[in-house]
Write a protein that binds this ligand. Sequence first.
Ligand code: ATP
Length: 278
Amino acid sequence: MTAVAAPIERDAALKVRGLATGYRGRPIIAGVDLPEFRPGEVHSLLGPNAAGKSTLMRALAGLQPATGSVRLGAQELIGLSLAEHAKRVTYMPQTLPQGVALSVLESVLGALRASSTGDPARDTHAASEQRAVAILERVGILHLALEGLDRLSGGQRQLVALAQSLVREPRVLLLDEPISALDLHHQLRVMRLVHELARERGMIAIMVLHDLQIAARWSDGIVMLAQGAIVATGTPVQAITAETLARVYGVQARVEHCSRGSLQIMVDDVLHAESAAA
Ligand SMILES: Nc1ncnc2c1ncn2[C@@H]1O[C@H](COP(=O)(O)OP(=O)(O)OP(=O)(O)O)[C@@H](O)[C@H]1O
């Protein structure tokens, strides 16, 4: 049954309790409780291949059936229509659609239209174009505005997908491996931008990342997932330890605390294959 949507709250925390989901009778995420995600925070979801990270993100985005509770402030999201869900939560998938005959700017405007609020002042063509151009500028791809999507490199396409997600100004932004196709410069640029926008907008950002060093540097909180279950949560210092890396990834690693509070993670070797959680 589709639940009735309340007005969208700003400054609402996201609380996930007993979330379970899977595919046609095959459970993947088995009733997980996640730490509270507060407005303005950036969190990283880590774990080996096939741990269930994308499945969990898709369930949070309302893109596949789930049971349990996903509450944004007073609003329960499970059972909400996809349209109401999408006004609050935006999901950027790992793989991007191909063969779309649009320019970069048109595609960002299309994403914006899809999240129309019904506010006539906000939804005018001029206001929309201004927002689309502003986000392309912040992502660093304004020079690609009139380029066709089909003519872009993989990394450029990933930046466009990010712009499409950011322009919607969701309360909760879910990014599935948003830097996997990017060079070092753009990886840092994207992480900084997501961090800045989370703080500016009071947005909750949750990202799937495979780069532990980047996750440690830019995240307020970490969730480590293996085989559909939570293995560790907390600040990067609490969650990323030699012990959790051995359990989750089956690697022998050293984790050193640097003077400025950051972590240095050095992976020395793989442990026996059967030690990995995947
Ligand atoms: N559409 C689907 N239908 C059936 N099973 C699926 C589907 N998508 C994923 N799975 C299965 O669910 C499990 C979790 O997959 P998921 O994509 O969530 O993992 P992940 O942690 O995101 O992995 P990766 O790091 O490799 O992207 C895997 O065993 C996978 O085979």
